[in-house]
Design a protein around this ligand. Sequence first.
Ligand SMILES: *Cc1c(COP(=O)(O)O)cnc(C)c1O
Length: 395
Amino acid sequence: MPLRALAAVNVAAIERNVARLARELPRECRMCVVVKAEGYGHGAVASARAAQAGGAGWLAVATASEAAALRGAGIDGRLLVMGSLGASELDQALAAGADVVAWSERFVGAVAAPGGGRVHVKLDTGMGRLGTRDPDQATRTAQAAAGAPGVELVGAMTHFATADERGDAFFGEQLERFRTWALPLRERFPGLIAHAANSAALLREPAAHLDMVRPGVAVYGLDPFGEDPAARELEPALELRTHVAALKPIAPGESAGYGRRWIADAPSTVATLPVGYGDGWPRARTGDVEVLLAGERRRLRGTVSMDYVTADAGADPRVASGDEAILIGARDGERILAEEVARRQGTINYEVTTALLPRLPRAYHRDGEPVAEHDAALLATATRPGEEAGAGRAR
Ligand SMILES: *Cc1c(COP(=O)(O)O)cnc(C)c1O
């Protein structure tokens, strides 16, 4: 029996994306790859390994528990926890040997108290979320970090609110505010790493590269501007596969799914695919999202339920029960990108992959070669074109 559904992740694509992004950078600029939220749904540990193999010297996560999980899986190297940290979270981050972010002297004191750690000071140049808006406060925090026993002042950082909006002037203002604060600070504290750029900033503005960049989404081959990743030579790393679990005719007036939101107006065929919002394919995607069946685009119709979606396979379906269905990925020259799914749902590509839930297995391969035995087993039981399922052939 095929798996219900599977996210097949090509770690070689992640490696190549990291190397491709590095080509934008001056040699001395460090690369800190963001693997928060399970590597944007791709799996944090596998993504971290691939990022390091691709040349990333640093990794970043949002939370202390994410840092602990990476260390628990044997990931070493420099690691930055970018998020806000409560007392117990700070302990966990420091125990993981991660760098942390500060914007107050009090927080620097909390880092020093248990024995110290490495600190990056955050200036809020306009994101309006974390960090201090006051450059003097940020400088005082940096001084405190440089002077506190056991504490090492490592970085100065900010985060852009509009880097992905082309032609937006606020991005330039933020960059200017940051440079005005961070560059003199770096004179005072030689070796200080100034960093600001997310994927969009990395790709759009060399002046934002500074001493380190923090790309996330682009590393996974997703376009930060929501456009075709291929246009920027980015390679989507994730393919979302499922299969036809049941195939049956539907006559005019008959319906499929909760609420009877799909009532056939012509004779057709319902292909039921075992993936739903319990796997991370949100109910909000009830609408005009498409799927590849036998390499052809078919519409998903009817309400997305927890465990199933239904596709209109047409009056003369070219698929049989057991055949694969591609929700994100390419077959026979047709391609469904996460960017397309996002656009049809009214969200962004980031959310499409990050929404994938633990029930959906991830299998890792390198251009088709399974990374480990476990992946080989998953990929081998995954759907293949023409595979027979329990329900038997419908034609
Ligand atoms: C998530 C995050 C990034 C990465 O952003 P992308 O748009 O995915 O490249 C960088 N910096 C911070 C502070 C973040 O929270």
